[in-house]
Write a protein that binds this ligand. Sequence first.
Ligand code: NAD
Length: 345
Amino acid sequence: MPTLLVTGGAGFIGSALVRHLIADTDYRVVNVDALTYAGNLDSVAEAAESERYTFENVDICDADAVGRLFETVRPDGVIHLAAESHVDRSIDGPAAFVQTNVVGTFTLLEAARRHAAQHEAPVRFLHVSTDEVYGTLGDTGLFTEETPVAPNSPYSATKAASDHLARAYHHTYGLDVVTTNCSNNYGPFQFPEKLLPVVILKAVAGAPIPVYGTGQNVRDWLYVDDHVRALVAAFERGVAGETYNVGGHNEWANLDVVRAVCTLLDEMRPAGAPHADLVTFVTDRPGHDARYAIDASKIGRDLGWTPRETFETGLRKTVQWYLDTPEWTERVLSGAYRMERLGAG
Ligand code: NAD
């Protein structure tokens, strides 16, 4: 049974990956997470009952702790998701993004390289990145793996820097690195600072639903479990040194996404007046990229991956999950999910 280090396994996408690996595969999973505000062990509570799962509260920037982890666990592979991930936070405080996304990725790559050399054992390293490294598109065109990197926010700049390091560790040291660049994810267990959970929770509460600018920014949306399957495909079958774009062929203007959620809520949780009446336009994010869209044909052609969910099915599942699981969100909003792990709750 191969053993995987999954970094950021208490976050939104990482926890979906951990749940999938434990439920549907034979891998042993070591979840490596510093439990920042975005880390929530509630999201892996069921997986944590498996004897194939362990948790390590480690900061990926701590070279000694990461080195010890490689020595004790002797992983066959690393799937690296730990990151600071929220663009707005990167504008308010970029330092944490440089630290975790750049220094943390460097620390992991270095530990993997040393471990592979010392033990003459290959360590496959899947570096999980974002389409935001490519910058912004006009009305037409798609990001391919050949699109030049042109990040516009501190978040995407630090992710691009980490992509470069991952690439360099393959080309210079021969580390077995594969990189994926994925579009916007949505689905259950997403921290309520990102667009979809914000819209759902505000709408259900009857509160104003904030939409940046005129809501015309376009994103390519992918259901989180489809991303997880792409990650497993890239980890298992990706070619070392290659990059794979992952996306849903599913472009939507933000305002249309918000309206689609409101229409679903009108059906699933009627409130008298249409939920879309709550939409409130707010000052746009500085440097807000206009449009992202992914050409995911390479991962389809070479690794046989295609998304399973349509936006209609994925959005319905997501809204249903937030309606059915208020305790998860309540524990996040009240801070209880953090206090308990600090021994205060
Ligand atoms: P998230 O913010 O929900 O989770 C990040 C996780 O990393 C948290 O559990 C946090 O505790 C952990 N973490 C942060 N700093 C750490 C550190 N120094 N050491 C150890 N753990 C640390 O993020 P997400 O949305 O799940 O994204 C996961 C990855 O996927 C990121 O690398 C992100 O760039 C990438 N990505 C995200 C999206 C998206 O739409 N969310 C799209 C494409 C790519």
